[in-house]
Design a protein around this ligand. Sequence first.
Ligand code: FMN
Length: 334
Amino acid sequence: MDAISQLFSRTTSQGRSIPLILAPMAGVTDAPFRNLALRFGAHLAFSEMVASQAMIRHTPKSLRIASTLHPEPILAVQIAGSDPAVMAEAARMNEGLGARIIDINMGCPVKKICNNGAGAALLKDESRAAAIIAAVVRAVTVPVTVKIRLGWDHQHKNGLTIARLAQDNGARMVTVHGRTRTDMYHGTADWTAIAAIKQTLTIPVVGNGDVIDGQSAQKMLAVTGVDGIMMGRAALGRPWIFSQVADFLNHGTLTPPPGLDQRRTLVMDHFHAMIEHMGPVIGNRAARKHLAWHTRGLAEGARFRDAINHSPDPDTTATMIQQFFDAQPEHRVQ
Ligand SMILES: Cc1cc2nc3c(=O)[nH]c(=O)nc-3n(C[C@H](O)[C@H](O)[C@H](O)COP(=O)(O)O)c2cc1C
């Protein structure tokens, strides 16, 4: 059974359960963070986008993005680019490196990406978008998926057309972020527009945008009828969001977040995994933003974040993390 069939045939004792997916996020969903999300109940976790041009040049960064640290049930790598042949080659390389799903980025709003005709810019060029999907599907044996926005702007909302052409060219799943490119991340995601795409397609449609907890997940399901839910920003520093959403959808329960001791353990595990995956220099630097998210809302968080931004090496950062958690009020009371 291929990875998409596997994902959508999951059952529990309660019956079929909806796949919960970690969104691809550049600079965030590296292997250590994916591993954390998978540990806390995500059924699938997409990699950061890897630039197809860099991938075929075998740059160390692209190879790291495309790699995994711990064996993942389903390694899903997202590729970005605008040239069908290069995208096909990058997809083939990723399949060779173990990817079991190749996702095509048609939603990134960043200028640098769009100016090269990649990401959300592909929404403006339907024939190129179709050619890329067809070329990638032909190049690999694993399922190909596509992540889109609703269109370039509110005057050009062709998300449905793009989704249909993805399906017609062999994509096995479409994820729809309910915003246009010019919306960037402003306003609220348009779930009604996601519903229209879900109603038209026969392949699975995953809804994305503004799901932050069990209640919003349930509401998105009610509005859209999507086959899966993808969450991004809500998982930053809160990887347990996936099990909380699953508990709410499956049992109606509101599960509290982990206590401080559990959080300390998961933060240390995450930090060490980043050092292992990226090496001491890049890992120590890349960990800063995750540590900032992990400590949001805790006592003296601002002071801690300032301190780790100046930490010269992993040992110093690890000591700072331990001291930070030792000093939390819950610990002082005990
Ligand atoms: C920091 C950051 C990086 C992102 N990078 C990517 C990316 O590489 N590829 C992609 O398709 N979407 C990317 N996105 C968009 C997310 O995948 C997702 O569509 C968006 O955040 C909306 O979902 P949310 O409301 O659950 O966060 C990124 C979003 C954020 C916040």
